[in-house]
Design a protein around this ligand. Structure first.
Ligand code: ATP
Ligand code: MG
Length: 253
């Protein structure tokens, strides 16, 4: 299954969820490819700790812009079964470059995946906080999407925008069969705001909202700066427990 983690709102836990869902699936024995389609390259920096940037030729930039084979940029990670397709800061220009391209600018990732998809049991795509062509490429290539929503602030405006993404994806001829796998409540804590936002999400999206909520947990952030995922950094933390439960739900859906 190919799953995009998407929300055009920034800082809602997309990359954190992509890392930990992918790692959790790898821990369960699935062969997982994690695709970092965000020019911020947050995931790439977590897994590639050398401090050196990935060469442009060995990044998704080369795949999307120059039709370089995806298999040639995929790297192993320290985690068994987990593989990474790295981003590059130059991807920030790829949206503009793609918008000027005439040939299938929205389906470049989908096409690149054709020859590698069968090598992996699960493919997780992290997307940037925007609805540009990179995100469109991710959605065109995906079977499902997971939408993380932060419960730490009043999110009604976000809900409207979220509905717009869903409509856009549904209406697009690019991928009419894509479905929401689930809406994920993130940054949850015991404040009234968090409870209220979660309640609203459950009223609005019903069964689509995962039972699992991701708590605010500093270990999740610390794992990133330690260049690893939560199951490695703090396997007993509330964050690890929540992502473990989420992985089960993802597999069950
Ligand atoms: N549940 C959590 N508890 C505490 N900190 C978290 C949690 N989830 C994510 N963070 C931290 O919050 C910040 C934003 O999270 P993350 O990068 O996953 O969001 P994002 O949606 O990918 O952001 P962007 O839109 O910029 O790509 C990061 O510093 C991350 O380490
Ligand atoms: Mg991110």
């Amino acid at each position: 299954m190919i799953i995009s983690i998407t929300n055009q709102k920034g800082g809602v836990g997309k990359s954190t969820s992509a890392i930990n869902v992918a790692s959790g699936l790898a821990f369960k024995g699935y062969r997982v490819l994690l695709i970092d389609l965000d020019p911020q390259a947050n995931i790439t920096k977590v897994f590639i700790s050398s401090g050196d940037d990935i060469p442009l030729q060995k990044s998704l930039y080369n795949v999307l812009i120059n039709f370089y084979p995806l298999e040639n940029i995929i790297q192993e990670t320290k985690t068994n079964n987990l593989f990474l397709a790295p981003s590059h800061i130059r991807l920030s220009g790829a949206d503009l470059e793609l918008s000027q391209a005439i040939d299938n600018r929205s389906e470049r990732l989908k096409r690149a995946l054709i020859s590698v998809a069968q090598d992996y049991d699960q493919i997780i795509i992290d997307t940037p906080p925007s609805l540009g062509l990179l995100t469109i490429n991710a959605l065109a290539a995906s079977d499902k999407m997971i939408i993380p929503v932060s419960t730490s602030y009043f999110a009604l405006n976000g809900l409207v925008q979220l509905q717009e993404i869903i409509n856009l994806v549904k209406q697009t001829q690019l991928n009419p069969s894509i479905n929401i796998l689930g809406v994920l409540c993130t940054f949850s804590d015991h404040t009234n705001v968090s409870r209220d936002v979660e309640k609203q999400l459950r009223e609005y999206f019903g069964e689509l909202v995962f039972d699992t909520t991701i708590p605010k947990n500093v270990s999740l952030e610390e794992a990133h700066s330690n260049h690893t995922h939560i199951f490695d950094y703090a396997p007993k933390s509330t964050g690890a427990q929540a992502y473990k439960k989420l992985v089960k739900e993802v597999l069950a859906r």
